[in-house]
Design a protein around this ligand. Structure first.
Ligand code: KIV
Length: 265
């Protein structure tokens, strides 16, 4: 059964954790869905972990739609959430709405995610009015990389923490159905979670959020450039893949592959 926003609310009310992972293509989305993960975020992190770019800023709307369609095609149960790329929602409410609508109409997503605090509240309201469920994203917002001076923990000072907490409430009031809380002290994430009626999904935000999200390529060991302190590598697929490819190379070179069982008579 397809996971909906109602399931998110129910899980929060019943103190059951919500699970979310990123995925960007058919085979990985199929794996994540079959594992029973509640939601798949087609994150703009695709830019870093698939496209090999330094940050998330260059990925385009057309590329995000391309990846979202592949994910939607694979998924039976998980909620598919399209991540709005940089400058797809910051220019005007009208443009934001049109781009969010593309994730639903062309990408087959059930919701979208966007980054930012009070400055995006009017956009969240407009999308909510247009029946597009919005996942907000506060704390470390990677599209603000240049303002933040890097991928840095946010909300460490009392003033910064108070502002993030206020932003979270404003975004809930604007209609967001859930909220990613990224890279903030665990105690702040815990306060945000307790003060909101909507579920929080943490990444680098401690154990008290209503759910957790990780970038799939970090979990699978497919992104080598760096592993954030908050990410956990559950398996090293790079190593496993590398040894399989080396074995294939050796077998082709020494004539072991293809064998008779791989050949036609
Ligand atoms: O793009 C992404 O993968 C994200 C998650 C880290 C929440 O925004």
């Amino acid at each position: 059964m397809k996971v909906t926003v109602r399931d998110f609310y129910k899980k929060k009310a019943e103190h059951q954790k919500i699970t979310m992972l990123t995925a960007y293509d058919y085979p990985t989305a199929q794996m994540v869905d079959e594992a029973g993960i509640d939601a798949i975020l087609v994150g703009d992190s695709v830019s870093m972990v698939v496209q090999g770019i330094e940050n998330t800023l260059p990925v385009t709307m057309d590329e995000m739609i391309y990846h979202t369609r592949m994910v939607s095609r694979a998924v039976k149960n998980a909620m598919v959430i399209g991540d709005m790329p940089y400058l797809s929602y910051q220019i005007s409410v009208e443009e934001a709405l049109r781009n969010a609508g593309r994730f639903i109409k062309e990408g087959g997503a059930q919701a979208i995610k966007l980054e930012g605090g009070r400055e995006v509240a009017d956009i969240v309201s407009a999308m909510t009015r247009a029946e597009i469920p919005v996942m907000a994203h506060v704390g470390l917002t990677p599209q603000a990389l240049h303002r933040m001076g890097g991928f840095k923990v946010q909300g460490r000072s009392a003033d910064a923490a108070a502002r993030i907490l206020e932003d979270a409430k404003i975004l809930e009031d604007a209609g967001a159905f859930s909220m990613v809380v990224e890279a903030v002290p665990a105690e702040l994430a815990s306060r945000i979670t307790a003060s909101l009626g909507i579920p929080t999904i943490g990444i680098g935000a401690g154990a008290d959020c209503d759910g957790q999200v990780l970038v799939l390529h970090d979990l699978l060991g497919l992104f080598e450039r760096f592993l954030p302190k908050f990410a956990k590598r559950y398996v090293n697929l790079k190593e496993t893949g590398l040894s399989a490819i080396r074995e294939y190379k050796k077998e082709v070179e020494d004539g072991t592959f293809p064998g008779p069982e791989h050949s036609f008579s």
